[in-house]
Design a protein around this ligand. Structure first.
Ligand code: HEC
Length: 132
């Protein structure tokens, strides 16, 4: 069964085209946190772990990257209109304390975990970008 599963490939669509100007801009310290903890799923520069080729883990990992990019892609941030940016910023404020990064991801990438201060600085930055 597991061997047969290896034949199933999940195709990740090509990442959307992006120029350097499309990438989100944030203070250096916040950028470093986003890159460390969010970019694997929310950017075009995913570092695929070795197990991302082994089914059935591959289904989960690839699914996360696919959905993660669709939801929020920091590499194409400036292609979003203002309304979408505002929605995603509010999403960050809502999810940063508990949901993101995904707990299953933190288990495999302990270095991506964020401590309370780090979560707080991402949150403060996102709040500062929210209008009204
Ligand atoms: C392992 C992959 C992964 C990592 C790492 C990750 N995310 Fe996500 N993220 C997802 C997926 C998948 C979704 C899609 C919806 C869901 O599962 O909630 C998502 C959805 C979101 C959303 C939209 C949720 C909403 O309700 O608006 C926000 C905002 C978000 N992520 C922020 C972050 C931030 C900030 C980080 C880094 C601190 C991060 N994510 C790290 C996979 C990831």
């Amino acid at each position: 069964m597991l061997l047969l599963l290896q034949l199933v490939k999940i195709d990740i669509p090509e990442p959307p085209k992006a120029t350097a100007a499309d990438e989100i801009k944030a203070p250096k310290q916040v950028m470093a946190l986003l890159k460390r903890s969010c970019y694997d799923c929310h950017s075009n520069t995913t570092k695929w772990p070795w197990y991302s080729d082994i089914a059935p883990i591959s289904f989960e990992v690839r699914g996360h990257v696919k959905d993660g990019r669709t939801w929020l892609n920091f590499a194409i941030w400036n292609q979003y209109d203002e309304e979408k940016k505002q929605k995603r910023l509010k999403g960050i404020v809502k999810t940063i304390d508990i949901k993101m990064p995904l707990p299953s991801y933190i288990m495999a990438h302990p270095e991506a975990n964020l401590n309370r201060d780090e979560r707080e600085s991402i949150k403060k930055w996102a709040q500062s970008q929210i209008k009204e």
